[in-house]
Design a protein around this ligand. Structure first.
Ligand code: AMP
Ligand code: ZN
Length: 480
């Protein structure tokens, strides 16, 4: 392995040289979606970020086992009454619907499926076993059919808060005034197992009565089952750092005596109008609404590959704000890169190279080895594109060896590492020119109030997979 990859480890608060536990192999766990509703683009950003990381680790020569769970053991509350069995709410029907939808969206974004995709409901026995082991160590207690993790007792020998950088004294003072915590010894304690109320439909028998596992516990159970008590990488969105991941560290240490994870990676948030995209506030845009153009936020439809490229132009640890202007700029960049890549095959090699191609390609690796710095990688790829354009125009040259190197590496980084795919007839120059003519004709028709012709043009284009969208700024089009 000649690649030295530096990764920002939340546990240390800095970049560290990555050293896997087992040479050449990596175990990586990423918190997956809660499948009770559609995933929004914010969720997608986190999964795309970790897909890029997974892809680069593979490109760097590692054998990676990537585990991403499905959170399906949730908190659905409903009356069990129904006219008959098929009338009753069936959580697994909801789980199935949104899991299929999630997979469809991941495929549209060209995300690799993980190596294992375990579901929380398939690991109840493992979760109960972990609760038992934490109880045995005296670091949890039963209370009224629920089991809670004893945070303050754990903190006497370990450091609760080491991942998120919080201090237990501050946490205690921040929660002092909360009421309704009577089941717990301290408001900081979190549930490992919850007693199910009569209306709670997802429930399982346990040594403490009927109930369901705490959310943090499922990730501890599924990550350690498939990757071991101590594994290499755990990822998730920044918003999961506390309490979710902090509790995972505590549960792992309490049950096995080992720190569960060597490198904690946190991907930053996608924002819309400067606010975190979030289901609960309604500040979201769904992937389908973006691809079809059927939304009030964007000026036109965008292809999933353009959206992916847009996300790759930001570092995974930076906040990224979603806007029409930014996407439109990314669309141009994406087309420029794809055109350059398709031109590569048409280039003629000469005696020597006028630019340092090895240096440009080396830059692809150094960008990614520096905590997966995709914006720097993209900048280096644009340098390559500029060079390709010059060679094509005859104002620069390239040797056969350099052409082979650039051909191999530019394609590998665009397709294998960034996970981009060329878009079918993706807004090439000829199509752009033809569309300018068609939209000009439609504009003339509209000016003469010839709505039949203007609608006919729009509908026929739509049948051909081209979406036309009118807005105050003018008319835009995109390939569906
Ligand atoms: P959930 O289904 O809510 O558990 O979220 C699934 C993943 O999406 C988690 O890793 C979250 O951290 C992540 N996530 C939620 N909102 C955003 C956002 N606005 N931007 C990026 N990631 C997000
Ligand atoms: Zn998790």
């Amino acid at each position: 392995m000649n690649n030295q990859i530096y990764i920002h480890n939340t546990l240390k608060g800095e970049k560290e040289l990555f050293k896997p536990i087992h040479e050449g192999q990596i175990g990586m766990y990423v918190c997956g979606p809660t499948v009770y509703s559609d995933v929004h683009l914010g969720n997608c950003r986190t999964f795309i970020s970790f897909d890029m990381i997974y892809r680069y680790l593979i490109h760097a020569g590692y054998k990676v086992r990537y585990v991403r769970n499905i959170t399906d053991a949730g908190h659905l509350e409903a009356s069990l009454a129904g006219k008959n069995r098929l009338d009753q709410l069936e959580p697994m029907e909801i789980v199935q619907k949104y899991t299929v939808g999630f997979h469809d969206i991941m495929a549209l974004f060209n995300n690799h499926p993980p190596s294992i995709e375990p579901a929380a409901t398939g690991h109840i026995i493992e979760q109960i076993e972990i609760v038992k082991s934490i109880l045995d160590k005296g670091l949890a207690y039963e209370s009224n059919g629920s089991v809670y993790f004893d945070v303050e007792k754990f903190d006497k020998t370990e450091n609760y808060g080491e991942l998120s950088g919080r201090k237990i004294e501050d946490l205690i003072s921040g929660t002092r005034d909360l009421d309704g915590q009577d089941e717990k010894r301290s408001p900081l304690d979190f549930a490992l197992w919850k007693k199910a109320s009569p209306s709670h439909i997802m429930r399982w028998p346990s040594p403490w009565g009927e109930g369901f596992p705490g959310w943090h516990l499922e990730c501890t159970a599924m990550s350690t089952k498939y990757l071991g008590d101590n594994f290499d990488i755990h990822g998730g969105g920044m918003d999961l750092k506390f309490p979710h991941h902090e509790c995972e560290v505590a549960q792992g240490k309490a049950s096995t005596g080992k720190a569960p994870v060597n490198y904690w990676l946190h991907a930053n948030m996608l924002t819309l109008n400067g606010q975190k995209m979030s289901k609960s506030t309604g500040n979201t845009i769904l992937p389908g609404e973006l691809f079809s153009g059927d939304n009030d936020i964007m000026d036109k439809a965008y292809h999933p590959m353009v959206v992916r490229f847009f996300m790759m132009q930001a570092h995974y640890r930076s906040i990224l704000d979603f806007s029409s202007a930014a996407l439109s700029a990314s669309e141009k960049g994406f087309n420029k890169l794809m055109t350059a890549i398709s031109d590569l095959d048409k280039l003629q090699a000469g005696e020597s190279s006028s630019a340092n191609i090895k240096e440009i390609v080396g830059g692809f690796y150094s960008a990614m080895n520096d905590d997966f710095n995709t914006p720097v990688l993209v900048a280096r790829m644009f340098e390559a594109a500029t060079e390709i354009n010059k060679i094509k125009a005859g104002s620069a040259s390239i040797s056969k060896t350099d052409l082979d190197l650039l051909n191999k590496e530019l394609k590998a980084f665009a397709f294998d590492v960034l996970g981009l795919k060329p878009v079918k007839s993706g807004g090439g120059n000829e199509l752009d020119a033809a569309m300018d003519i068609v939209l000009e004709l439609r504009k003339n028709a509209r000016e003469q109030k010839d709505w039949t012709t203007s609608d006919l043009i729009r509908d026929k284009l739509s049948e051909a997979g081209i979406v036309v969208k009118d807005s105050a700024e003018g008319t835009n089009w995109s390939i569906n």
